[in-house]
Design a protein around this ligand. Sequence first.
Ligand code: FES
Length: 647
Amino acid sequence: ITDPLVLFMPSGKRGRFPVGTPVLDAARQLGVYVESVCGGRATCGRCQIEVQEGNFAKHKITSSNDHISPKGPKEERYERVRGLPERRRLSCSAQILGDLVIDVPQDTVINAQTIRKDADTRVIARDSAIRMCYVEIEEPDMHKPLGDLDRLKIALMKDWNLKSLDFDFYLLPQVQGILRKGNWTATAAIYKDTDTETARVIALWPGLKNEAYGLACDIGSTTIAMHLVSLLSGRVAASSGTSNPQIRFGEDLMSRVSYVMMNPDGREGMTVAVREAISGLVDKVCAEGNVQRNDILDSVFVGNPIMHHLFLGIDPTELGGAPFALAVSGAVRIKASDIGLKLNQGARLYMLPCIAGHVGADAAAVTLSEGPHRQDEMMLIVDVGTNAEIVLGNRTRVVAASSPTGPAFEGAEISGGQRAAPGAIERVRIDPDTLEPKYRVIGSELWSDEPNFLDSVQATGVTGICGSGIIEIVAEMYLTGIISEDGVVDGSLAARSPRVVANGRTFSYVLKEGEPKITITQTDVRAIQLAKAALYAGTKLLMEKQNTEHVDRIHFAGAFGSFIDPKYAMVLGLIPDCDLDKVSAVGNAAGAGARMALLNRGYRREIEETVSQIEKIETALEPKFQEHFVYAMALPNKVDPFPKLSA
Ligand code: FES
């Protein structure tokens, strides 16, 4: 008789095991990740699984609850004391009796209050660098004079199958107290990130400690976003964001580098500012998630190279000019306390590798999240900020560059421009016959020509126009013939429409009368042309490096991409021709990538390997950049066709 067949979902891994094997052991042997803190003592509740009932013809399995052992006394005790959701079983107690299809739920949440529904719900397979390991330790014995720490070490190595184990020094003076308080039981947080390093106890609690958290943080030059994530369940317990206080030293990246170059205390000032803002965010997410700082054991940070350097306390001056030398390009693994970040005393900090002097750990995180290197299609990822970071590639090859788009897409340097906030115009349509506009503002569902529009924007009024609105109005001006393909406002239309008005020697389009009056000037159109030409030229260079005429898929990362209408982006020639339904906004992909690296150390290795193979293109040094740029100044482009647009 053959042993029962066990299939684990969603991984699809399967194997045969003798009757009586605990399901947890079977999972371990197959490399299926099932969390366990108590080491199979039926006390932590982390190892929950569900039996799927029915016939699974594809695998020729009949799975049923009769094929698993009934609850034993330990599991029943756990259920009585802590509760067990219906159909859930503790895999450390449940034994295999027959063929089984086992579902490993990704949400084994113990503290219900930490659940958040609105967060990015992508399920990330967990295999974090931190493991929580419960042990029972032998009591001291006069005849066996082994120290407390030594007996703890022996117990941990045996129960958790470790070949070697070190301890953070700060724990030594605490060990005696902790072991006695826990009545010779304790939970160790064991850190092991890479295969080559020795496992290390970085924190220790008396008795069973059933929760551990980590931070995933994206340090943007404008905003800093942070997630507080349970390392055991993978759930986002809280998310928050704040503006980067370095803005007071300089709006864009280069002005911050200049500030460092010109002020002896400049670097220090900006490092202190960003670290303080991050510490404030930690307070916020801890309060929201009802978590203590002391329970945060790991953290992952991403940011562009200048944010990366300033956060680590490194002078970014070298990044201000060629050859744009990074102080460190590889991943950084340190203790959070090394940079004064107050989490658990033993907490670790990981920064993703930087791709190049202009393409940072944030772009690496976006790459990890979107995974061009995992698929066959030619994928273009653009992260639009004051510097656009561009990644293009597939399984065979990935190339990356940054392009100096300037802040026009964020509403800066545009006469009526503003950041995306309630009151900002975000959608625009122009009637092709009358040239009359209508628009929608952030915070209202109504168009400006609908009856209750004014009431709906009463709280803020109409305050300006944000990046996505600017893209739409320039595209609409082009589609209605108000501007030519060279971007020149057609002054002859002034005779036909009061919306086109002279403005010195050029003409402007009046989008909104009254206070504030919002006009799109010739200079505004030029600023958008320059920004989009820079983005397109960068993309075009990458396409040439890839030897490809087209891209299969385009992902817009970042806040800007979430609001932009792909059709208008293409009308303007911001992005190359592509099926419109294959252009999508992916939100804060850098934050998602940071969360992946936090929850699964395999992703750290994956992105380190990928980044080492990404080819970096320095746009400033490429002779053809200028040529592409000039062609891309035209709407949508002087030489490149956009067949998908007309289709
Ligand atoms: Fe802790 Fe099963 S491993 S309850």
